[in-house]
Design a protein around this ligand. Sequence first.
Ligand code: SAH
Length: 356
Amino acid sequence: MWGTMNKRIEEALASLCATHTLPEEEYLYLLQHNDEESRALAAEYARTVRERFYGKDVYIRGLIEISNYCKNDCLYCGIRRSNKDCFRYRLTQEEILECCEIGYPLGFRTFVLQGGEDAYYTDERLEVLVREIKKRFPECAVTLSLGERSRGSYERLYAAGADRYLLRHETATKTHYEKLHPAEMSHENRLRCLNDLKEIGYQTGCGFMVGSPYQTKEHLAKELKFIEAFRPQMCGIGPFISHHATPFSAFENGSYEDTLYLLSLIRLIHPTVLLPATTALGTIRPDGREAGILAGANVVMPNLSPQNVRHNYEIYDNKINTGAEAADGLADLKVRMEKIGYCVVEKRGDICTGEL
Ligand code: SAH
């Protein structure tokens, strides 16, 4: 079947499987030759590796979008502070706990609290919240995704019981970072945060958008080297999707095929990484999340936010929101996963430390 295939691609993928590293120029070569055959071979290897550690399990994370207030002005993001058309909301502690109460009996064993950088959520408030979630649901993991904070803040939240932290680095290239963010934000601080989180002991997630404005294949090759070096426990990638009320409204969306290929390559670089088939991937294609799983992803993050606020957490246009209640949304996801031979499981889904 691979008879006509480019030898250099075949060799690079085989070598990546065996050693989990490649020179940057080989990553670049792979990315420049992203055709159907290369993608299919990478995905086949990625599934084999993924199944060695995680079988057919798909871990679910209940995503609770706690606030869309944000002090930042990231040029790509729909909830940036300059977007005056964004209706702002924040959930109370009681509302967040209610989301967990709904999610637990459905089988969620990880709750992800995500939001803009909202000053209301002080360390004190978050500590109380994290402690309460851990008290009510001791067997569940709490993941935070609340942006850049001080090391001291990350330490306090870890001490309060938070297990994981998601903070996409967005791009590994400083000059590219500066094109995506206003001058008051810095690549150094983003990386400082990631290093602090890892040192403190969080299971740490980094990640980037695929096809963000001004991104080149050379940038993507650097992303892969970054993941090799940082070895995050989690890695979130999804296509850039333009939002109508941002400076990037006229840019094209990231490529579906590139995203799938990168998922496979990331799985081969880091066999045990927790790798979500993201909502953004499901937004650009109706069966995007299934395709993501088939490319080597092993996590899906269904939305557990209250129905009446979901449409306000619009970081990009047309973000999937079926209008279904959490239970119906999950039932639909389970069917989708079963159809492709995978199984949603009721587990915390920590990173695997040994073979099955
Ligand atoms: N404030 C938090 C959470 C941000 S939202 C933080 O800083 O980590 C989570 C991720 O959504 C971002 O890290 C970004 O990579 C992604 N995102 C934002 N806008 C997007 C867009 N227009 N298209 C695709 N992904 C986007």
